[in-house]
Design a protein around this ligand. Sequence first.
Ligand SMILES: Nc1nc2c(ncn2[C@@H]2O[C@H](COP(=O)(O)OP(=O)(O)OP(=O)(O)O)[C@@H](O)[C@H]2O)c(=O)[nH]1
Ligand SMILES: [Mg+2]
Ligand SMILES: [Zn+2]
Length: 335
Amino acid sequence: MEGTVLRSINNIYSVRTDDGKVYSCRIKGKQLSLSKGEYNPIVVGDIVEITPSGGTEDKPEALVISRHERSSAFSRWNDKRDMNQTICANMDLLVCVCSVESPPFRPRFIDRVIACCRGVQVMIVLNKCDILLTEDELERYSLYKKLGYQTVSVSAETGEKIDAFVKLLEGHVAAFVGQSGVGKSSLINRILGTSQRVGELNAKYNRGNHTTNHAIMLDGPGFTLIDTPGFREISVPHDDPHLVAQAFPEFAKAAPKCEYDGCLHISEPGCEVRRLLEKGRINADRYESYVRMIASMEERLPVWGRNSSRASSPSGSQKGSYNRNRSDLCSDEQL
Ligand SMILES: Nc1nc2c(ncn2[C@@H]2O[C@H](COP(=O)(O)OP(=O)(O)OP(=O)(O)O)[C@@H](O)[C@H]2O)c(=O)[nH]1
Ligand SMILES: [Mg+2]
Ligand SMILES: [Zn+2]
């Protein structure tokens, strides 16, 4: 039987099958074939094959036999475990929630969230619009719209623009992702009338307290939402750094004019991105945000370098290739 993972807590998965029945599942055996070397083999949104294993009519139990390939995923680098960690999968909309204050607006965090997505459209939602952004913040926020992202400013507290936001969710499976305390659960409660736990803010540090501790999929009228636990910091998954470059649409647009194929826009000669940066046509803070992401991947080089395609150019190219060295990069002490 095929089912969708609605929730996962301590290796117990709630899986809903087509007939609406929700099974409490464990993984059959020790490992799933698709998930070797992953921190968590099954996440909310995964489509899995299960086989009933008992329980009662009210609380049926099953074993997960296999997981289907994911059409999309949101993953981050888990520093403690030294491996990538997927948070949710198979959504067709990633709602990156940020807030005006508590925690403060951090556009470089948004840039990282975008770089942590695969195969999914990103929407940027600014919550707590009952508080005002500074002019500089507003300019940086407005840039996302100019770059082609859908943006909407809302307030879970006052209800402002919630109706417009809900319209944008229609027909989607949308995962809410963002820093702890930005109001992901508050927004979901406001939209669905649910009572997901909402956290007090940490007054000393002006940020969230990791209130939501596991992802959960919730049904709405004509859409499905996934609430996820917030992070304080986020690192891009260990992968090909060219994927990070692709998460910056303005760089991707300029890249065909770079002299070297596979240019990472750091110190390669004839780089169009850096030319535009010097002319002020690429935002300097976005560029800095990008350089720090690449640097943080570079610090993990012994791990991701093994499988990385970073030093090789895509095939069929007429352009030359360029190998950088580590000193071209700044370090990644903070975002
Ligand atoms: N002023 C204001 N405060 C809000 C708004 N939305 C949420 N909050 C407050 O922000 C705090 C954190 O809200 P949560 O919904 O728990 O945030 P979260 O993003 O789910 O946090 P984690 O579960 O830790 O990731 C709560 O104290 C909310 O009352 C808003 O629109 N305006
Ligand atoms: Mg929450
Ligand atoms: Zn370049």
